[in-house]
Design a protein around this ligand. Structure first.
Ligand SMILES: Nc1ncnc2c1ncn2[C@@H]1O[C@H](COP(=O)(O)OP(=O)(O)O)[C@@H](O)[C@H]1O
Ligand SMILES: O=C(O)[C@@H](COP(=O)(O)O)OP(=O)(O)O
Length: 307
């Protein structure tokens, strides 16, 4: 017995599952195509109303996509309609792996979750979590920097360094290397499973991730930055209010965190990775979605009747 007997909601059927129609899920797909959330939600409500007025009880996912697409065309949202379809086609066929790098406190996890929500990508993995796993498999004696934070790793350097090198950045580089082994493992697993994922965190530095991955068409790398030191400091106090991450620790190492921010941005420019200034959450997400859509346009085979 299907869902339709359990609810008076419209049921959306796909090949291997069915679920009640959700305005929220449809609105999210529309915001990923570039509509403002308020407009996206009102269109989702109108489409639900239309289907109910027609007495639709069950609709296939492909038919729903087709209806949404032609509704957008009727309302002259031509560009949105094409992007809406693009996302449906791509997410159906390719695992999408999005890497969001940026120094501590710049906003990588916040933006990663927003983008995942817009694109309906089920998992977001932080590199600080991957670091914890790597710490369980690599001893502190072997890689002491791994047991530090990105901005204190320099303290664990035991070998003399060349005159002109920056000890803070050298510590950071040695700190991220073992974490990136774990990152590449997550990427391999996602590719094998065919599942989209967003990986975010300060350990994702352009030029340190194997070209084998960064040249794949369905893997996209974006770096977030924050030019304003004042805003950056405020991010730590904002975060401290909702987590156990004391702002004092980050403010104490703020100069090094800023050096890391500048270094990551410099690495991004050297490796043609887009850099997005993360001042306003909505504008950052829009910009990232634009970059991601642009990139994945090339992935799309453009088969028009493919809903
Ligand atoms: N664009 C933004 N505008 C305002 N606050 C933001 C923005 N991006 C992130 N934040 C806030 O700043 C703090 C740090 O963000 P977070 O995503 O945890 O940083 P990261 O993961 O890069 O260390 C959080 O409280 C978050 O809500
Ligand atoms: O090492 C670091 O820079 C941060 C990274 O986490 P985010 O601040 O980027 O979330 O982890 P920490 O050791 O401070 O918990």
């Amino acid at each position: 017995m299907g869902f339709e007997y359990l609810t008076n909601q419209i049921i959306v059927k796909d090949k291997d599952y069915e679920m009640p129609f959700s305005k929220g899920i449809l609105a999210r797909s529309l915001t990923a195509a570039g509509l403002k959330p308020s407009i996206a939600y009102s269109i989702a409500r109108e489409i639900e109303g239309m289907l109910k007025d027609e007495g639709v009880k069950v609709i296939s996912k492909d038919e729903l996509r087709r209806r949404v697409y032609y509704y957008l065309i009727d309302k002259n949202y031509y560009h949105i309609a094409e992007k809406y379809l693009l996302w449906r086609r791509i997410l159906k066929k390719h695992p999408i792996i999005i890497l969001i790098g940026g120094a501590s406190g710049v906003g990588t996890s916040t933006i990663a979750f927003e983008i995942a929500s817009r694109l309906g990508i089920p998992s977001v993995i932080g590199t600080d979590s991957i670091r914890e796993v790597m710490r369980r498999s690599i001893s502190k004696d072997l890689v002491p920097m791994l047991y530090e934070s990105s901005y204190t790793a320099w303290k664990a350097i035991r070998t003399p360094l060349p005159e002109n090198c920056n000890i803070y950045i050298t510590g950071f580089e040695r700190h991220i290397e073992p974490v990136l082994i774990g990152v590449e493992g997550i990427i391999d697993r996602s590719l094998t499973e065919g599942l989209s994922v967003i990986i975010e965190g300060t350990h994702l530095v352009p030029g340190f991730i194997s070209e084998k991955y960064t040249t794949m068409p369905n893997i996209i790398f974006i770096v977030l930055s924050l030019s304003s030191e004042e805003l950056h400091k405020k991010r730590f106090s904002a975060r401290a209010r909702v987590s156990n991450r004391p702002m004092e620790r980050y403010l104490k190492h703020f100069k090094i965190i800023r050096m890391i921010n500048d270094y990551i941005v410099e690495q991004a420019k050297k490796n043609n990775v887009p850099v997005v200034e993360n001042v306003s959450i909505s504008q950052t997400v829009e910009k990232c979605l634009e970059i991601i859509t642009e990139r994945f346009m090339n992935l799309d085979d453009g088969n028009d009747d493919d809903f």
